[in-house]
Ligand binder design. Structure first.
Ligand code: FPP
Length: 251
């Protein structure tokens, strides 16, 4: 693939290796390691989250040039509320600031915001900003930037079941396609590639139904260090894999 004009020499070599006919449509990311990144530098965890927010901007730029259609980031899980109150409130403020600052950039880059998760527990000032950016970017087409907020894979499935029952769906009418249409991700394709940073090898309740056939990529790199080079390495690894979706040669 042709490298972007501002690519460094090292990035250029990787861009040239990318096969533009094998780009994942949806990349989901568990952005782990902000705290450890900060600790290694003698900084507060908050500084780690700030650096993590910057890394998101970078991931969006790489995704745009690659032609990825959806980027989903796990920003706040249903379990994250048990973190110290101060850290939760900083994460909410960071999210608010991020959205406020990114609004213009999302418009310039034709990126549409999307949110999955239970928004009812988020602070009002965050929800208001989310609504503004959702509204402003709703016609954008180049990339969907999907943020998982107060999201849990099990909660997603449970919520779908509750809504199916409430809608009076008969057991015989239920199938995988219909079930998927009750999940938070109803308008999105399933992830082709799931990336987790910071060396943890688990999926931590993220998109459980949706990653049934996703390629999983784990790296020791801490999220704030996940730059263009790391994104390109992940894509190249994905392109080396042979996807079978349960067809011949494996399960
Ligand atoms: C994991 O690091 C990261 C999170 C729980 C949240 C991710 C948040 C951001 C990248 C910043 C704000 C989000 C947006 C969308 C602007 P950790 O704290 O678990 O790190 P550790 O495991 O090293 O302690």
């Amino acid at each position: 693939m042709k490298p972007p004009a501002n690519a460094t020499e090292k990035e250029r070599l990787l861009w040239l290796e990318i096969d533009e006919n094998k780009i994942p449509e949806h990349v989901a990311i568990i952005m782990d390691g902000n705290g450890r990144w900060a600790k290694k530098r003698g900084l507060s965890r908050i500084k780690g989250h700030k650096a993590g927010a910057k890394a998101i901007e970078n991931a969006l730029d790489s995704a745009l040039h690659l032609g990825v259609k959806v980027i989903t980031v796990y920003a706040f899980s249903t379990e994250n509320w048990i973190r110290p109150e101060y850290e939760v409130s900083v994460l909410m403020t960071l999210l608010f600031q991020f959205l406020k600052l990114q609004k213009k950039k999302l418009m310039d880059k034709d990126i549409k915001l999307s949110i999955i998760g239970d928004r009812s527990k988020l602070p009002l000032f965050v929800n208001r900003e989310i609504d503004r950016v959702l509204d402003e970017t709703r016609e954008n087409k180049s990339l969907i930037f999907n943020i998982a907020l107060n999201y849990g894979g099990r909660a997603d499935i449970l919520n779908a079941v509750k809504n199916l029952i409430e809608a009076g769906i008969k057991p015989d009418d239920l199938n995988e396609k219909l079930f998927s249409s009750y999940l938070y991700t109803k308008d999105l394709p399933d992830p082709d590639l799931l990336i987790r940073t910071s060396g943890e090898i688990r999926v931590s309740n993220f998109l459980l139904w949706q990653i049934a056939y996703s390629e999983l990529y784990f790296t020791d790199i801490l999220w704030p260090d996940f730059d263009t080079i790391e994104m390109l390495k992940a894509i190249l690894e994905y392109q080396k894999r042979e996807r079978r979706f349960g067809g011949t040669g494996g399960i």
